[in-house]
Design a binder for this molecule. Structure first.
Ligand code: BTN
Length: 275
């Protein structure tokens, strides 16, 4: 069915299990959504660390209730996108900035050296709070962070599900609000399996580092890839301003007519104002 994807499930398990006791890796040919599935399992009391990869999602979800669509898979033999979720119990002192730290980790794994601006090479940047974009304004992928609040006891770890979707091959969808980019434009040798191989272990290390130290150690690394820095932005609450980077707790700083605002709300989306 899928000759092209040789998922590195065993190698990933060997690398990650020492860091996450009880860790399992699972590859599914098709599911509604890897994040929905891990949340279902958590609701049923299954909260062991799990990396769940799907070759196809039938009801992929994005932030703010949006759909996450990937290119057609059936019949092509090649997985067009990397879609997976990592679920694990985590007890950071502060949760703010988690999706930004994940973005830093994924971007750096996929493009360890950021080409200089103006070099003509595609640069993987981060669009606050959870998107990976190329610097020409096209979206490469997104991150959806969800915590299982039904399992929350104060002071105890919460089960968090980090869902990541990355376009690997060109996406044909015409009706996306942001034009899509794909990993093959960044590195023609990448496929879904090799992308996962590159980013899964650093992602786990990032999550454990975040639990210990919070977002602050990631702040400068985010700044290096901050797509919005210095740009005009429009917030979904109608405000306009100029983005001034992110604070130590991951809030987006926007200078508006009313002064500097720290945008933290997960319900607010931000778009670069068209030039
Ligand atoms: C966004 O751009 O708003 C976030 C997109 C997250 C998509 C991934 S694909 C794997 C996981 N399963 C889902 O249903 N969503 C996330």
């Amino acid at each position: 069915m899928n000759a092209a994807a040789h998922w590195p499930a065993e190698a990933l398990w060997e690398a990650i299990a020492p860091l996450l006791p009880g860790f399992t890796v699972e590859v599914l040919p098709s599911i509604d959504s890897t994040s929905t599935e891990l949340m279902r399992r958590a609701r049923a009391g299954r909260m062991e660390p799990t990396l769940l990869i799907a070759e196809e999602q039938t009801a992929g979800r994005g932030r703010l209730g949006r759909q996450w669509l990937t290119g057609a898979y059936e019949g092509t033999g090649v997985v067009p996108a990397l879609t997976f979720s990592l679920g694990l119990p985590l007890a950071p002192r502060e949760w703010s900035g988690l999706s930004l730290a994940v973005g830093v980790s994924v971007a750096e794994s996929l493009q360890p050296v950021l080409p200089a601006a103006g070099s003509g090479k595609p640069r993987i940047l981060l669009k606050w709070p959870n998107d990976l974009w190329l610097d020409d304004g096209r979206k490469l992928g997104g991150i959806l962070v969800e915590t299982a609040s039904f399992a929350a006891t104060p002071g105890e770890p919460r089960y968090v599900v980090i869902g990541i979707g990355l376009n690997v091959l060109p996406v044909l969808a015409q009706d996306l609000s942001t034009p899509p980019a794909c990993l093959r434009e960044v590195d023609s040798s990448l496929n879904a399996a090799s992308s996962l191989q590159r980013l899964a272990l650093p992602l786990v290390q990032t999550l454990l580092g975040f639990a210990e130290h919070g977002f602050a150690p990631f702040q400068a690394r985010f700044a290096q890839r901050d797509l919005l820095l210095g740009r005009g932005v429009t917030l979904s609450n109608g405000q306009h301003g100029t983005a001034h980077g992110v604070s130590e707790d991951g809030a987006l700083l926007v200078h508006t007519a009313g002064g500097m605002q720290a945008v933290t709300s997960a319900d607010i989306s931000v778009r670069p104002t068209p030039a």
